[in-house]
Design a protein around this ligand. Structure first.
Ligand SMILES: [Zn+2]
Length: 336
């Protein structure tokens, strides 16, 4: 996937394209940020750009250049079969071992076989065993000419400080819903399903595309509806609090869903111009579930939900956090 197909990560992509076009690439980068937002795809895009046999666009042209995506080098890199581009991932899904790093060090000292540079993508880089991390540090301290190291991580601070200081960090952010919708559409989702799944994905394309995404999305929508309708009566509200608080992890997940819905409700409440970024169906659903609550009320609901999330992070009792949140939501929308 060349740079032009990376969705919603304009800033990191621009930075890397410019560095590459200007011949100013660092020897090691660390792509940090949440899961499923395009870090590894960007690493592959950079590997393609560096080794592409016929890059498109010229450095002096209007566009920064990019890999063609179609030549022998690009297709082999995309398929994980290029001799100069190696993905180092945990063996047996646990950790990156010292043997893998020794292999990397031995091969990094050789010249590139076919491409311009030998590229190593370590993903997830924070899953290196300590001996492996120390061995990797030695390679970074005296990096072989013509090699480029791309570390990919969701936990930049978990890397050895000495490794961090030798990599240029490139931060990736959560994907906006409009970008998630584009990614889902590319995978053949229709517009309505894509909009709902994008709203429930918490900014992660990986989550949006997970096999259980459709069910999770439906379950989340149902939960949001149950919670809002329980605000109408105090006994129903207390019942709902009890159900929500049965399991701390499920409550955390529920809060994410409730917050995503409330954020949309706030956008819908700002005014018609802002609301247009939500699909018409979603706007109608929001109005139905919230009883067309005004923006000020929605913002108070949001504050109650954020506070509950914070309280859980500080190890509050789930039952207490859930009850307090629901009571505040009820008050916010003016139910006595
Ligand atoms: Zn190419």
């Amino acid at each position: 996937m060349p740079f032009r197909d990376i969705c919603g990560q304009d800033r990191p992509v621009r930075l890397l394209r410019r560095a590459w076009a200007g011949g100013r690439l660092a020897q090691a980068y660390c792509f940090s940020g949440p899961t499923g937002v395009g870090k590894r795809s960007t690493a592959v895009a950079l590997a393609q750009a560096v080794n592409c046999l016929s890059p498109v666009g010229a450095p002096s042209g209007e566009d920064t250049p990019d890999a063609c995506g179609a030549c022998r080098a690009c297709t082999r890199i995309a398929a994980g079969q290029h001799p100069d581009v190696t993905l180092i991932a945990p063996e047996e899904k646990t950790v990156i071992t010292i043997d893998q790093i020794r292999g990397l060090a031995a091969r990094a000292s050789l010249r590139a076989c076919e491409g311009t540079a030998k590229i190593w993508i370590l993903d997830p880089a924070h899953d290196m065993q300590e001996p492996a991390a120390n061995a990797f540090l030695k390679t970074l301290e005296e990096p072989p000419a013509g090699s480029l190291f791309l570390l990919v991580t969701t936990a930049f601070s978990a890397l050895l400080p000495t490794i961090r200081s030798r990599c240029q960090e490139v931060r990736f952010t959560e994907l906006g819903e409009e970008h998630l919708r584009i990614v889902l559409a590319r995978h053949g989702w229709d517009a309505a399903d894509a909009a709902a799944a994008a709203a429930a994905a918490g900014g992660s394309a990986e989550r949006a595309l997970a096999p259980d995404a459709r069910e999770r999305c439906a379950a989340r929508a149902q939960l949001v509806e149950e919670v809002w309708s329980a605000l109408g009566s105090l006994p129903a509200l207390l019942d709902q609090a009890e159900r929500l608080a049965k399991d701390r992890e499920a409550l955390e997940d529920a809060l994410e869903g409730l917050l995503a819905f409330t954020r949309d409700a706030a956008v819908a409440g700002i005014g018609p111009a802002a609301a247009r970024c939500l699909a018409a169906e979603r706007r109608a659903n929001i109005a139905r579930v919230t009883g067309a609550a005004p923006l000020a009320a929605v913002l108070r609901v949001h504050a109650a939900q954020r506070d509950a999330q914070q309280a859980l992070a500080w190890h509050a009792q789930p039952r207490f956090a859930a009850e307090r949140m629901l009571l505040r939501m009820r008050q916010a929308i003016g139910r006595k």
